[in-house]
Write a protein that binds this ligand. Structure first.
Ligand code: THU
Length: 141
């Protein structure tokens, strides 16, 4: 990926984070993904007074991609508040897996948009359960 592309992804993630509705946790998160159609889709967390009904940023970005017709995530950037890497929660890792691959890049950046952690989906969700498990076509390499 060209350097300009990751810059665009980081910008989209931090811009999404600035729109987050995180009034209960004060932990705004933005996510931006590069899809197979070459487009960037972004989302933010949206909390709710009934706490379990809050949504993470990653599924919002995924929903935007799916609505536009995209089906594969090449690279995902997550922008959290503060300096600590906001790694996707367990549920989000599974949701990313639905449209990702072991080599899907996941980049975390801090409040200032600086990269603090680079990893892959395969590293954060090894031995993932997916569609091939359901259909009985799972293979191992
Ligand atoms: N959050 C995300 O949006 N993505 C993650 O992967 C981690 C957590 C949100 C959910 C909640 O609104 C806030 O961060 C604190 O947990």
């Amino acid at each position: 990926m060209a350097a300009s592309d990751i810059t665009a992804l980081i910008h989209a993630a931090t811009a999404a984070r600035d729109r987050a509705y995180a009034v209960y946790s004060n932990h705004p998160v933005g996510a931006a993904l590069l899809a197979d159609d070459g487009q960037i889709y972004a989302g933010c967390n949206v909390e709710n007074a009934a706490y379990p009904l809050g949504n993470c940023a990653e599924p919002a970005a995924i929903a935007a991609m799916v609505l536009a017709g995209g089906r594969n995530i090449a690279h995902l950037v997550v922008a959290g508040p503060g300096q600590v890497a906001c790694t996707p929660c367990g549920g989000c890792r599974q949701r990313i897996h639905e449209f990702g691959a072991p080599d899907t890049r996941i980049t975390m950046c801090d409040v200032d948009g600086n990269i603090v952690l680079e990893t892959t989906l395969g590293d954060v969700l090894p031995h993932a359960f997916g569609g091939a498990n359901v259909t009985g076509t799972k293979t191992y390499d």
